[in-house]
Write a protein that binds this ligand. Structure first.
Ligand code: ADP
Ligand code: MG
Ligand code: ZN
Length: 475
């Protein structure tokens, strides 16, 4: 969306990601989504008096992995208490990092070539989860609330971007790339629908080159689609207010997915409202160089590098092919594509089938062996299967596994093997001597005639390219 009247939006995102540890941040309770409410709890994560936190080593490792992947400086850091009252936070404070975060000063490069700076990526604990009943789902107007403390104390990393983002599409691309990185590091499963990645969007508007305007922070966006919609709505709202002669108050706003609008939650709280002070029950966190190096050396390649590698296998890729490569990397399908290319499939065809057919059945890819994918697409490339048939076979393989040749045969696709295509073409040549003579003399248009005849005989199942190959071979 472009904003009216030369307005420009300025966006900075705070992304909270739950870390994929076995246990919580400061206790041994399971870190597990979807358990019966209030079953993964203990005195520590319930904040009972006298309980003491013990820092989870794996959480620190995953936080460092995020820091490395985002090119941050990893430093000695401390924990603070952020004090406030909310029923889903039984201690009445959240343990977080304040002025000395573990990771600071990094960046993220996006596929479009833009560069977003990262201010910090710090460790903190999650709160429990409230469910408000008898109203719209928000606390206002509800007649009772239920609290589940299973999430209380789950380790989080909060990744704060600089205000470098300039549109809702840009914000979405940043969040998608960051999600890919979080998954690649093993830090997160990236499941936004389960709340393991939640985004707060800070939005302001300004005229070109003017100083930044006052920002509003939209809380808890839990899909890329909501992020996109909420930012656009909020920027337009602010423009309306300013153009009507009003001023923007810095505040925290709620996004309503159904009404498609933001509304005031509370006016902005300042850092001093939280009475931050050092967490007295935890020592400084000072990961030594050897530990940092181990984390750095243990990291797999990040999406940007993987994208680059796969793109290099395509010669002069089109925009559509580049987008298909993005899908392949986002979904982690490059093992299929690489196996197919190694087996002799044209890279563009391998990428296209993965980005469409495999992407459409992504939850079923465990059924599909890379060899079966390669074999199917090779049959298509050689003309033994038409594109439509190839997609049908891939669909079947995804649904229930198996052997591509047997599936093609069972579906009656086998008459299109190159042998039978060859004999069909030979017969047509015999039956149409005039057309064949003209084709042999160089009238390429006649190829279309023969393709049309083959299609008729095979009810559209043949592959045009393969027919031309058969004609050429007999010319
Ligand atoms: P807070 O604790 O108030 O949320 P943080 O430092 O955690 O503050 O995050 C501030 C976020 O707001 C960052 O992502 C930053 O990029 C963004 N931001 C700061 N100023 C602006 C602005 N004028 N417009 C939009 N975003 C901004
Ligand atoms: Mg914040
Ligand atoms: Zn616990």
């Amino acid at each position: 969306m472009t904003l009216p009247g030369e307005w420009e939006m300025v966006v900075g995102l705070e992304v909270h990601t739950e870390l994929k540890t076995a246990t919580k941040m400061f206790c041994g309770c399971a870190n597990q989504f979807g358990s019966e409410p209030n079953t993964n709890i203990c005195p520590v994560c319930l904040g009972l008096p006298g309980s003491l936190p013990v820092l989870n080593e794996r959480a620190v490792e995953l936080a460092m992995a995020i820091g490395v992947a985002l090119h941050c400086r990893i430093a000695s850091s401390t924990f603070h208490r952020k004090n406030y009252f909310y029923p889903d936070m039984p201690k009445d404070f959240q343990i977080t990092q304040y002025d000395l975060p573990i990771n600071s000063g990094g960046y993220l490069d996006l596929p479009d070539g833009s560069h977003v700076s990262i201010e910090r990526a710090h460790l903190e604990e999650d709160t429990g989860k409230s469910t408000h009943l008898g109203g719209t789902g928000r606390i206002h107007g509800a007649d009772r609330s239920l609290v589940d403390y299973n999430r209380s104390g789950v380790p989080l990393v909060e990744i704060v971007s600089a205000p470098d983002i300039r549109s809702s599409a840009h914000a979405r691309a940043y969040a998608a790339e960051l999600r890919g990185i979080l998954i690649a590091t093993g830090a997160s499963d990236g499941r936004m629908e389960e709340g393991s990645m939640r985004i707060d969007a800070n939005v302001s508007v300004r005229k070109p080159n003017a100083p930044f305007g006052t920002r509003c922070e939209i809380k808890n966006l839990n899909s890329l689609r909501s992020l996109h919609r909420a930012i656009d709505y909020e920027a337009l709202r602010q423009i309306d207010v300013i153009e009507d002669g009003g001023t923007i108050r810095q505040e925290t706003r709620h996004w309503d997915e159904i009404f498609g609008e933001t509304s005031t939650m509370r006016t902005k709280e300042e850092a001093e409202d939280y009475r931050y002070f050092r967490e007295p029950d935890l020592v400084d966190l000072d990961p030594n160089q050897a530990w940092q190096d181990r984390v750095r050396n243990g990291l797999p390649p990040m999406p940007a590098e993987r994208r680059q590698k796969l793109t290099a296998r395509l010669s002069e890729p089109s925009q559509a092919q580049l987008e298909a490569v993005e899908v392949v990397i986002d979904l982690g399908l490059e093992n299929f594509v690489n196996a197919a290319i190694d087996a002799g499939v044209e890279p563009a065809l391998a990428v296209a089938r993965a980005a469409n057919e495999l992407a459409a059945g992504i939850e079923m890819t465990p059924n599909l062996a890379p060899e079966a994918f390669s074999a199917t697409v090779l049959m298509e490339q050689g003309g033994a299967l038409s594109a439509t048939q190839s997609k049908t076979v891939l669909g079947e393989l995804l649904a229930s596994g198996g052997d591509p040749k047997s599936i093609a045969k069972a579906k009656g696709f086998e008459q299109l093997s190159s042998d039978s295509l060859g004999s069909t073409v030979a017969e047509l040549i015999e039956q149409n001597p005039d057309e064949w003579a003209r084709y042999r003399e160089g009238d390429e248009k006649l190829a279309q005639f023969f393709i049309g005849q083959v299609m008729k005989l095979t009810k559209g199942q043949a592959n045009g390219k393969a027919v031309i190959a058969e004609l050429q071979a007999r010319r």
